[in-house]
Design a protein. Structure first.
Length: 94
């Protein structure tokens, strides 16, 4: 019975901690989603070969994957929505 009470108190304490810091946690989640989207978008363009120019210059020829690009854009929009909805939520809570 004592273990159940300790577990219940821990869960309730964790819920209170999350509720107090929900804005900060959502901001961090939004930023992490945006970073993930940037990484996905960077994978949409990939090198397919190298063409050597004069005087030691090289030009990377690139390929483009529209499916990865669309996936990255969806995640980026999702992260931006999280970032935009937080100030709106704060405004309506007042």
């Amino acid at each position: 019975m004592k273990i159940l009470q300790i577990t219940t108190n821990f869960i309730l304490g964790a819920c209170r901690w999350i509720k107090k810091r929900s804005d900060s946690l959502l901001t961090i989640c939004g930023l992490l989603v945006q970073v993930m989207a940037a990484i996905i978008l960077s994978q949409a363009v990939f090198p397919t070969g190298v063409e050597t120019g004069g005087e030691g210059w090289s030009t990377h020829l690139t390929g483009f994957n529209p499916d990865i690009y669309q996936s990255g854009l969806k995640w980026l929009i999702f992260g931006l929505l999280i970032q935009i909805l937080l100030p709106i939520k704060k405004f309506w809570d007042k």
